[in-house]
Design a protein around this ligand. Structure first.
Ligand code: TPP
Length: 582
């Protein structure tokens, strides 16, 4: 059967068709839909883990117990899971294990642009890099086979355009899932130093065998055409190469680690100009140069930053670019902002007013860093807000400064990796105010379930963790609930938290209005009372706009967008806004 589906959907479909039994991941664009699609399959169990390390560890267990398994995450998720990965590479697998990682060249929705091919080299594991939805589908099946044949975890790498673009996929015959033996093998799975030493040697031998495999596998194919130009490429870059130079010879790698040295050498020898086209790091180029193979065009002409395009490939060869129209330069910037009715808005309005130093985290609340609110001063990675605030407070203490930092973190991020930071804050006698925005979903990535939402990925009700109880158990005595829709109450609570020495936690429990479709009420502006002062615009709500009224510009509220949260009304000194529909 043929279907038109995205790379993420293709991977999920193939997991179900290739004997997959267990999947676990953590949301992160552009990987998220993969597990959401797996959740729709019959006969497959899957779950959101609280973070990527837990997800990978759970699939390690599933593999040991004999089930083909998949872990999904975005590129930065591998940093979190890396501790498990670096030893999983030693133990190998029992049933096939695929770690799917979605890279985001161009940073469409990520905090950095790291190239996961580095991890395949670092962990010495095979990596597949599909170039379209069909390959995404096929590479899952091939991935399980390679994983089992070579006793290794396998990384399946996608990039945003492979993950989200749709293409035709022909489904293969379904393999019925068969759960194998539950492996009891101490020297293989207990990585004490003595066993680990033996295993390291095996990893190196495995890599040699994989190198041989890379030479012959059809996953790496030569498309010989005009020998004037030969291009080594993989993944989405292959599509750009083909668009720019349909007549060039191409060595297209599906298995991007380890590299087929003999194949590359033979290919390079046959073409007059040898070019390497790869997004982000010079992973191929550095290895190919180290093999002593000449590279005529590579990273000297193609940036390490951002995505590759057909025009970039053409420009690298000094040819005229023909493609897309240039971006319109003078359009006004429209940075993203909180949804109308989002509870984060009230919190950041007050943090901005109090000029607090905010140690931020990753989630919808990160938008509090943008003007005109501009109330976030650092944001590093998931879970860093509390630990970073703790470090700031300690140095402030050493410097004799009295200002107390505020850490802002969401529920999903708190479960992911904020809890340990809070434990440290309590244990090490820290001095920070922590605001946990518990909107009961993983909002930024589209509203996924988490341990506080009361449901699991496949929809069943689940035990709901009470964050206040958890916070107290981690050693925090001062814990209070706030309602960030009430600005006066929020201001008083934050002032108290800042004035009270030691760790202090405030929890807002207003649900995500987008995920839970909460419509509170609707406001309207009395134009007679509105002075046009624009104080309300500080909350950056898209429901607010300026309209001509007499000789002035005054504020109007779009009734279709307003959620009635009332935060803007609380900033109006003229009492011009009121509820028109409750
Ligand atoms: C290590 C890592 N994994 C996943 C992501 C993707 N991601 C960005 S924000 C976020 C969670 C946001 O949820 P929450 O903290 O509850 O805040 P909300 O967006 O709901 O306000 C996720 C999963 C990431 N940036 N880094």
């Amino acid at each position: 059967m043929k279907k038109i589906i995205s790379g993420n959907e293709a991977i999920a479909l193939s997991f179900g068709d290739s004997g997959g039994v267990f999947a676990s991941g953590y949301p992160g664009t552009p990987s998220t839909e993969t597990l959401e699609e797996v959740a729709r399959l019959d006969e497959v169990y899957c779950e959101w883990a609280p973070n990527e390390k837990v997800a990978l560890e759970s699939v390690i267990g599933a593999s040991i117990a004999g089930g083909r398994c998949l872990s999904t995450m975005k590129h930065v998720g591998v940093n979190v899971a890396a501790d498990a990965l670096m030893t999983l590479t030693y133990t190998g697998v029992n049933a096939g294990l695929i770690l799917m990682v979605a890279d985001d060249p161009g940073m469409h929705s990520s905090q950095n642009e790291q190239d996961s091919r580095n991890y395949a080299r670092f962990a010495k594991v095979p990596m597949l890099d599909p170039a379209d939805s069909q390959e995404a589908y096929d590479f899952v099946r091939a991935g399980f086979e390679i994983s089992e044949q070579f006793d290794t975890p396998l990384m399946l790498r996608t990039t945003t355009r492979i993950a989200h673009a749709k293409g035709v996929v022909e489904q293969r015959e379904k393999i019925k899932p068969v759960v194998g033996e539950w492996a009891r093998n101490v020297p293989k799975y207990v990585m004490l130093p003595n066993f680990g030493k033996i295993k390291h040697g095996e990893v190196e031998e495995r890599l040699l065998k994989l190198r041989e495999f890379a030479e012959t596998t059809p996953l790496n194919r030569v498309e010989m055409a005009d020998t004037e130009l030969g291009i080594l490429t993989s993944g989405i870059s292959y599509q750009h190469v083909r668009e720019a130079y349909p007549n060039a010879s191409v060595l297209k790698l599906g298995l991007v680690h380890p590299l087929p040295e003999k194949k590359i050498r033979a290919f390079a020898a046959k073409v007059r100009r040898f070019m390497i086209v790869e997004e982000m790091d010079a992973i191929f180029e550095e290895q190919v140069r180290a093999m002593g193979i000449r590279v005529d065009i590579g990273k000297d002409r193609i940036s390490y930053c951002g995505e590759v395009s057909a025009d970039i490939v053409r420009a690298a060869l000094g040819d005229a670019v023909t493609g897309s129209a240039p971006p319109v330069a003078d359009l006004p910037q429209r940075p993203p902002t909180f949804c109308p009715g989002c509870a984060h808005r009230g919190l950041f309005t007050i943090l901005s007013k109090l000029k607090a130093f905010v140690s931020g985290d990753i989630g919808c609340y990160t938008l509090g860093a943008l003007p005109p609110i501009s109330a976030m001063h650092s944001c590093i990675c998931m879970g860093a807000s509390i630990s970073a605030a703790h470090g700031m407070a300690k140095v402030n203490e050493i410097a004799g400064r009295t200002e107390k930092p505020v850490a802002v973190i969401g529920d999903s991020t708190f479960f992911h990796s904020g809890m340990t930071g809070l434990l440290s804050l309590a244990y090490n006698g820290g001095n920070a105010l922590v605001v946990i925005m518990d909107n009961r979903t993983t909002g930024m990535t589209g509203g996924q379930e988490n341990p506080g939402s009361g449901r699991v990925l496949q929809g069943e009700p689940a035990r709901q963790v009470d964050i206040a109880t958890l916070v107290k158990a981690l050693g925090i005595d001062n814990v209070a609930e706030i309602n960030t829709y009430d600005l006066a109450e929020t201001e008083a609570a934050i002032r108290k938290g800042l004035e009270t020495p030691g760790p202090y936690v405030l929890i807002d429990k207003n649900p995500c209005i987008l995920r839970y479709r909460v419509k509170q009420s609707m406001l309207a502006v009395d134009l007679e009372k509105c002075s046009g002062c624009r104080a309300c615009l500080k909350v950056t709500c898209v429901a607010l706009g300026m309209v001509p009224a007499g000789d002035k510009m005054k504020v109007q509220i779009d009734p279709n967008i307003c959620n009635g949260c009332g935060v803007c009304a609380q900033l109006c000194k003229f009492d011009a806004m009121s509820v028109v529909k409750g």
